[in-house]
Design a protein around this ligand. Structure first.
Ligand code: SF4
Ligand code: SF4
Length: 246
C-alpha cells in the first residue's frame, strides 16, 4: 500500500499551536435537558424549520442536540445524564481535509472551524468524516412561514439548498465583541459576551470564553479534575470539555 509520502499528502501534525483560542465547558451534572440552548441556537443562527416530512427522514436542522443513553444491564437500567453535543471546534478537525472546495476551513484568527457557505458544493464529505455527527445539510430551500421571517438575525447569513452548516461558537457575537473592544482600545473582557446556548441555559451548565487566557472562568473550569474530551483518542483536539459524575 502507498504511504502518505508517496501519495504526497501532508502528514497532520498535532501541536500546541492547534489548541483553541475559544472554548467551552459543559457540566452534565447540572444540565436538565430542557432544550433552551437548542431553541436559542436555532433563533440566533437562523436555522431552518424542515417540516414533518424531512424530519421523518432524519433531516432536522440543529447545531446543538441533547443526547441521552441507557446504561447498565436489565433490570438495573438507568438513563445517563443529559449531554449537550455540538461542534467540538477540533484543533485538528477531520471535517477539514476532506472538503474538495476548501469550504470547511480553520480560522487562523479565531482558531475555530468555520464553513464558507458560498464555497460549499454539497458533497457532504465533511459530515461523513465528523466523528461527532454535528453537521447539518440543507436538503431543500426551506420556507419560513409568517411571522418567522421577522425574527431572522441580520448578523447571520441564511443558507440555501445544498449547503452544509454547523455550530460556529456564535462567530457573529465574537466579532461584535472584538470590534467593540478594538474601537475602545482594549481587550475583550472575560464574560463580556457569551454564546446563545450558554446565555439561555437556566442551569448555567454551559460556560464559554477564552481558553488562551489562564485567568478566564472557562480556563479555570476546564482545569478542574474530572474533565474529559469526547473521542480525543482520535487526535481531534476538541475545545469543549465535559464534566460528568463529579
Ligand atoms: S466536531 Fe465535527 S464539525 Fe466540528 S470541527 Fe470537529 S470534525 Fe469538524
Ligand atoms: S455556540 Fe452558538 S452556534 Fe454553537 S451551539 Fe451554542 S448557540 Fe449554537
Amino acid at each position: 500500500m502507498a504511504t502518505l509520502n508517496e501519495l504526497n499528502i501532508a502528514e497532520v501534525k498535532l501541536s500546541a499551536e492547534e489548541s483553541g483560542k475559544w472554548g467551552m465547558v459543559i457540566d452534565q451534572d447540572i444540565c436538565t435537558g430542557c432544550q433552551a440552548c437548542v431553541a436559542a441556537c436555532a433563533m440566533e443562527n437562523n436555522l431552518s424549520f424542515v417540516g414533518e416530512v424531512d424530519a421523518g427522514y432524519g433531516r432536522s436542522m440543529h447545531w446543538i442536540r441533547i443526547e441521552r443513553f441507557w446504561e447498565g444491564e436489565y433490570p438495573e437500567v438507568r438513563m445517563t445524564n443529559n449531554q449537550p453535543m455540538m461542534c467540538q471546534q477540533c484543533g485538528s478537525a477531520p471535517c477539514e481535509p476532506v472538503c474538495p472546495a476548501f469550504a470547511t476551513v480553520h480560522s487562523m484568527a479565531e482558531k475555530i472551524n468555520l464553513q464558507v457557505y458560498n464555497r460549499c458544493v454539497g458533497t457532504r464529505y465533511c459530515a461523513n468524516n465528523c466523528p461527532y455527527q454535528v453537521r447539518s445539510f440543507n436538503w431543500r430551500d426551506y420556507e419560513r412561514p409568517e411571522p418567522l421571517p421577522n425574527q431572522l438575525n441580520p448578523d447571520v447569513t441564511v443558507r440555501r439548498r445544498g449547503i452544509m452548516e454547523k455550530c460556529t461558537f456564535c462567530i457573529q457575537r465574537i466579532h461584535r465583541a472584538q470590534d467593540q473592544a478594538k474601537a475602545e482600545g482594549r481587550e475583550v473582557h472575560d464574560g463580556e459576551f457569551t454564546t446563545a446556548c450558554a446565555q439561555s441555559c437556566p442551569a448555567n451548565a454551559i460556560t464559554f470564553g477564552r481558553m488562551d487566557d489562564p485567568q478566564s472562568l472557562v480556563s479555570q473550569l476546564a482545569k478542574r479534575r474530572g474533565g474529559m474530551h469526547h473521542l480525543e483518542e482520535l487526535g481531534t483536539l476538541p475545545n469543549v470539555t465535559y464534566f460528568n459524575g463529579g
